[in-house]
Design a protein around this ligand. Structure first.
Ligand code: 3EB
Length: 334
């Protein structure tokens, strides 16, 4: 690694990726730490904050004393707000969050479209223009049948709003249904000043190639993104999807097993060593509250020492009971 090389003809050295971890403590104290790029509280019980780097995510955790999620960079951080859009930047990285009320913007499709248009317009003004990872949390995601399901409307609006935003390829993403105010759409993203490396899962059809039965507008995301620093893989929402089909209907353990196999396959596709570790936090979205304890036991046994945050969320396909996303930091020397 040519650390410190100053040859101006070379590409800039990859920046050190944001460090993502779960932390307990006061939001104000974590926001005051040097390099805090973003901080997430989960559920209505977490404090509100006017700091643009802070987002109260509309997903309830299953633990009463759930931690906050902290993103930290090795650089000074600046931040600001523009109406409902909040941002922060530092070290070549950009965090942007946007929350919209569908009642104010003409319903779910129009609101998703507006969200992506606004995010595109804002990111285009910044140095960090490569969108690497996006999270989408919407209410009542499975309401409506077939093509009328709200998730399908979201996919329509997202595709319409992105325009040429992702001309270089889709970012990694998560789309989960929250149980908060049904009209509330939350979208947040991480962008960088260099492109990442998209990773697909050979066990799964790429989402943008899903057949028509899953909706008129296929979901637009990559299965994972190696951040430009190449020392961390940002992993999209991953579930028990094999080929394009959902596997193991009504069987939580089998869906968890299949999901772990998909996660391992992604690591292998990214050229990373197998396994997760204490540096690599995962979020586990569980559809039925009654499944949370079993999902936790299963994953604690299979992924010892891995930080897990279990959240009550609906997966975009009704038959899917659980989905996992997160980060995998490279071992030193890998
Ligand atoms: C799947 O594998 C599960 O619409 O952005 C996972 C991650 C899923 C992201 C999205 C959907 C999305 O198809 C669903």
């Amino acid at each position: 690694m040519m650390q410190g090389c100053e040859n101006p003809q070379m590409d800039p050295l990859p920046r050190r990726a944001p460090q993502v971890c779960y932390r307990t403590g006061e939001a104000a104290a974590l926001l005051a730490e040097p390099g805090t790029l973003a901080l997430f509280g989960f559920g209505a019980g977490t404090p509100a904050s006017a700091d643009p780097r802070y987002l109260q995510v509309a997903l309830e955790p299953f633990d009463a004393d759930a931690p906050l999620e902290l993103w930290r960079v090795d650089a000074p951080v600046s931040c600001g707000s523009d109406g409902a859009l909040h941002w922060s930047a530092g070290g070549g990285w950009l965090f942007v969050a946007l929350e919209l009320d569908e009642r104010e913007h003409g319903g779910p499709t129009a609101t998703a479209r507006l969200a992506y248009e606004r995010l595109h317009r804002f990111v285009a003004t910044r140095a960090a223009q490569h969108v690497l990872r996006v999270w989408n949390y919407l209410g009542a995601i499975n309401h409506g049948d077939g093509d009328a399901e709200r998730y399908k409307h979201f996919c329509d609006g997202r595709a319409a709003g992105m325009g040429d935003f992702f001309a270089e390829g889709f970012p990694a993403a998560t789309a989960i249904g929250h149980h908060g105010d049904e009209h509330r759409l939350q979208v947040y993203l991480l962008a960088g000043d260099q492109a990442g490396l998209r990773v697909e899962n050979p066990r799964q059809v790429s989402a943008w190639r899903y057949p028509r039965q899953y909706g008129r507008t296929p979901p637009s995301f990559a299965r994972a993104m190696a951040l430009p620093a190449q020392d961390v893989l940002a992993i999209s929402g991953t579930a028990a999807v094999v080929g394009h089909a959902s596997a193991h209907q009504d069987d939580l353990d089998a869906q968890l097993e299949e999901t772990l196999l998909n996660l391992e396959t992604l690591l292998a596709s990214a050229g990373m060593a197998a396994g997760f570790d204490p540096r690599s936090p995962l979020k586990v979205y569980v559809r039925h509250a009654a499944d949370a304890a079993r999902a936790r036991d299963f994953l604690q046994h299979r992924l010892p020492g891995v930080p897990l945050l279990l959240l009550h969320g609906n997966i975009c396909r009704r038959e899917l009971l659980v989905e996992i996303d997160g980060w995998r930091y490279a071992w030193s020397g890998e």
